[in-house]
Design a protein around this ligand. Sequence first.
Ligand code: F6P
Length: 463
Amino acid sequence: MVSEHAPSATAQVLVASNRGPVSYTLGEDGTLDAKRGGGGLVSGLSAVDDKLWVCAALGDGDREAVRRGVGEAGVRMLDIDARVHADAYNGIANSVLWFVHHLLYQTPVEPVFDAEFRRQWASYETYNRAFAEALAEEAGPGASVLVQDYHLALVPGMLRELRPDLRIGHFSHTPWAPVDYFRLLPDDIAEQLLRGILGADRAAFLTRRWADAFIGCCTEILGGTGRTRIGVHGLGADADFLRRRSHEADVDERMAALREQVGEGRKTIVRVDRTELSKNIVRGLHAYRALLDAHPEWRERVVHIAFAYPSRQDLTVYQDYTAAVQTLATEINGAYGTESWTPVVLHVKDDFARSLAAYRLADVALVNPIRDGMNLVAKEVPVVSDHGCALVLSREAGAYEELGEDAIVVNPYDVTGTAEALHEALTMSGDERSGRTKRLAEAATALPPQQWFLDQLEALRQG
Ligand code: F6P
């Protein structure tokens, strides 16, 4: 199952995650193109020497790279059987665990835990075991292993059995479900997941709220968290990187293009998300339409720039959600637009430079998830903003714990309330907006990625 690889067995810091720091695409002429990813973990880990990142091969390009022995130093990609990976990633991780932690089920009809679920669960176990075995092979004596997220919840327990000498941490990038919701899972599965994570010396979360929910589940279902320590590390925005990157030429070009689309003298409400069910993009569009109804003075004077980038398109429910976003944006433009004004500018093609351009231009940022582990957009906008930006923020985002005081806080289900929050944000005075943006940027950058990662490592080693 696991690709051939000569184990170094010297690495002192190991990270394990489903998605790795690099991915490959296979060209028609057979060439492999490498693309490096970004994100908190990539910059966090750059502060550490003598490390190894273990991840899964995610597509044909990655698999071909493993077969040809193409790769980067410090990265080991596991060529797990494609069917097993699809069951584990699409079936269990994204269609069950993601739904549980983000409270996404339509409970009168779902979930249904039947034989198909049990079959996929067996793949989830196999996939977790492949990671545990690779980590056991690669880790030097007494090394620290940081296992990431709901994809790999069983790895800490499995790895502990294979290598009791290791220090094992688990980090959840998602929220954690409250116990009543977590108990939708079959009892044996709920127990297995908790015991898997409790195989770690330390289980950490993005906020106190998610850590407490995990402790609540362990207490109620298992009677406690045992010997595992629980930690909280609130990942912050990478200010140095963002400030530098957002002033590069390609971002300036995209700003010019966006300004053209918005039109002279108009305000902007910006949102940037993966097209992800938990991000609440559809209700955001409803709230924008409600704003135009309740406060018609904004017609022709504001544009909603919505970037909704493709995500998990193997799942029908994500395809349907993407279509719903596009349909609603078109409907609003049809109903309210004029010859000189397009009320919603929707872009679906992922473009980081354009996202930064929108952050710089924004008068208002709309971040209204149903539930979110942290939400880094809420933290990045105030850092990058050119002239101060009011933040409309869901109280269900992890970022609310740190940014709540200077944001305009909304209940993400309350469309009327969100429309009023948008109005308040649009009418905020320039001075107030600048003051709030400054304080938001300070709070948002309190724990930069490198420190966030080093703190976890230090806490794990101290145990
Ligand atoms: O929030 C959890 C998480 O795993 C993030 O770390 C990541 O940004 C996101 O989900 C992306 O998920 P996927 O790898 O399925 O695209």
